[in-house]
Write a protein that binds this ligand. Structure first.
Ligand code: 13P
Length: 237
């Protein structure tokens, strides 16, 4: 399983370093075998000792150049960062990234061999329009994306579940994941209001290969508890 934390615009460079130290000590002590990923803010990227895959929440499809406010490959390489989140709901809906821009970003970082956690998810009005509308919407978010890319991970994050405390029912998560798995044969994470309280039951669902956690992972102790859930489930405990 893949247990991933997206800090978004939270925690500082200092706080991230403290977080990573606690996390790595935990992974070592417990002998965790599951994959762990952390996406800190760009100012906190670094080479951390240990086995966590540290990725960037965003980057521009360029090596370098005149793209004020953006990061390129050159800045990521300095920290050995080779993992990226692409298509996150906040990039799509708050920053207004189009599917075309997202696909361009995907192609660029695929070409560079990055692990790509590619996010998709529908807003509430689409969810309310029924399952066909929902799958059509998700399908449009796959446009221009190489679904056979070796280092592709998909994250299904319903927009209405992100940061709201709401989640689809377990049955709905299972249903949508089953449909997505038929379409894309890649690891499939669920994201949107995953917390210590619901992580285990979500991780236990069929077709859920992991979780992408925002606010629920900001306290390292909570993130560690979710990792332990994944580890024990994996061992069949
Ligand atoms: P929350 O866990 O805060 O709902 O955020 C989910 C998310 O967007 C992770 O990428």
């Amino acid at each position: 399983m893949i247990i991933a934390a997206n800090f978004k615009t939270n925690l500082t460079r200092q706080k991230t370093a403290e977080y990573m130290a606690v996390l790595e000590a935990f992974l070592e002590k417990e002998g965790v075998t599951q994959e762990v990923m952390v996406f800190p803010p760009a100012t906190a990227l670094d080479r951390f000792d240990g086995r966590t895959q540290v990725g960037t929440q965003n980057a521009y499809p360029t090596r370098n150049g005149a793209f004020t406010g953006e990061l390129g490959l050159e800045q990521l390489e300095e920290f050995g960062t080779d993992t990226i989140l692409i298509g996150h709901s906040e990039r799509r809906h708050v920053m207004g990234e189009s599917q075309e821009e997202i696909a361009r970003k995907f192609s660029f970082y695929k070409e560079k061999g990055f692990t790509i956690v590619y996010c998709i998810g529908e807003p509430l009005e689409v969810r309310e329009a029924g399952n066909d509308a929902l799958m059509d919407y998700l399908e449009a978010q796959l446009e221009g994306i190489d679904l056979h890319y070796k280092k592709l991970v998909i994250a299904y994050e319903p927009v209405w579940a992100i940061g709201t405390g709401l989640t689809p029912s377990l049955g709905d998560i299972e249903l949508i994941h089953a449909a997505l798995k038929q379409r894309v044969a890649k690891p499939l994470l669920y994201g949107g209001s995953v917390k210590v309280d619901n992580a285990r039951e979500i991780l236990a669902l069929q077709h859920v290969d992991g979780i992408l956690v925002g606010s629920g992972a900001l306290a390292v102790e909570d993130f560690c508890r979710m990792i332990r859930d994944a580890e024990t489930l994996h061992k069949g405990e």
